[in-house]
Design a protein around this ligand. Structure first.
Ligand code: ISE
Length: 335
């Protein structure tokens, strides 16, 4: 029997997820939609063949017509909808960030632990990307010896005016904050943010580009450039420097074109395409986790760890100083 799913947030990623459940994945059916923007709900409902629209997100969460919830609305709404889903005893897949700060994420962690079983999976899809998985396997088998440093870049060709300096951390950099911690199996001890010379393509409320310097518990140093108006495309880079060699995240597959005395490959500008295969795998894992009552994907604790890191980075954005992290032990519940 298919798992009946309610989608909150019928915008870009919410629509994509709903359509992949309908068209590409096994074991789920979209049974209800809610979006603050009625046009979005109507459009998605039509694309899904007339799915019921709920005006109230909490009515959708509590409806007997849905078994699980996808939270794909904007970040500041996540805390409320995830807590409400846990309150209703429903499985919930929440797009990143789990919530916009660590205090809010901790409330989710506490609610889930009180419920007594994992209900939440966070949308850190890079963990499902084959390139990142290859890097992780190679790190774990000491392919290049001990990891000493990492150089990462996260570039969007452009972002809307609503995208402000702090969001560059909580909405975008949060992917690296999770992926690096997952790759290295280490937490962070300090962060420093450097605001680079501002591009002429940014707007008043977004300082762009920025650079982050992180240090992990064992002393690995990571730099992340994040640049949201780079103009040329969506580009994610990750290089790992080890004691015995260097490894790079594979580039997405792309035709090599020879034309007009040039040799080139195209770079997509749409971030939704770069990790398209990973999105399919993460959501299938969520559906399978519900069927087997064993959610295995990125947890609320991972969302909390990433939010703690985000909070420190946002503080470091303001102070310009090297900001320390507090050490927090992971509860057995999440091991
Ligand atoms: C966007 O919101 C995303 O979720 C992408 O994964 C991220 O890489 C991009 O920078 C964000 O703007």
């Amino acid at each position: 029997m298919s798992i009946k799913i309610g989608v909150i947030g019928a915008g870009m990623i919410g629509s994509d997820h709903a359509l992949r459940i309908k068209d590409s994945l096994k074991g789920g059916v979209i049974n209800g939609i809610n979006d603050i923007n009625k046009e979005n709900s109507k459009r998605l409902s039509k694309e899904l063949g007339g799915v019921k629209i709920f005006e109230d997100p909490h009515a959708l969460i509590n409806s007997s017509e849905v078994d699980a919830i996808l939270v794909c609305s904007i970040g500041p709404t996540h805390e409320e909808f995830v807590l409400s889903s846990i309150g209703a005893g429903k499985y919930v897949f929440c797009e990143k960030p789990l919530a916009t700060n660590a205090v809010a994420c901790k409330k989710i962690v506490n609610a889930e632990m009180k419920f007594g079983k994992r209900l939440v999976q966070v949308g850190f899809m890079r963990r499902y990307d084959s390139g990142y998985q290859k890097l992780k396997k190679a790190i774990e088998s000491f392919e290049i010896g001990d990891v000493l440093m990492m150089h990462c870049a996260h570039r969007n060709s452009s972002v809307p005016e609503s995208y402000v300096t702090e969001m560059a951390v909580s909405d975008s950099l949060v992917h690296e904050l999770d992926a690096v911690r997952w790759l290295l199996k280490e937490d962070y001890v300090s962060a420093q943010m450097i605001l680079a010379k501002k591009t002429k393509y940014s707007h008043e409320k977004l300082h762009d580009p920025q650079m982050l310097l992180l240090e992990t518990e064992s002393g690995v140093r990571i730099d992340v450039e994040f640049f949201h108006n780079c103009q040329y495309g969506y580009d994610i880079q990750c290089e790992v420097v080890g004691s015995d060699g260097i490894m790079r995240l594979p580039e997405p597959e792309s035709l090599v074109i020879r034309k007009g005395a040039k040799k080139f490959t195209n770079i997509d500008s749409d971030w939704k395409n770069r990790f398209i295969a990973a999105y399919d795998i993460e959501l299938q894992e969520f559906l399978d986790g519900i069927s087997s009552e064993n959610i295995k994907g990125p947890s609320s604790w991972d969302g909390y760890a990433a939010a703690m890191a985000s909070d420190v980075c946002i503080k470091a954005q303001k102070t310009g100083a090297i900001e320390p992290f507090s050490i927090v032990d992971i509860p057995d519940f999440y091991i």
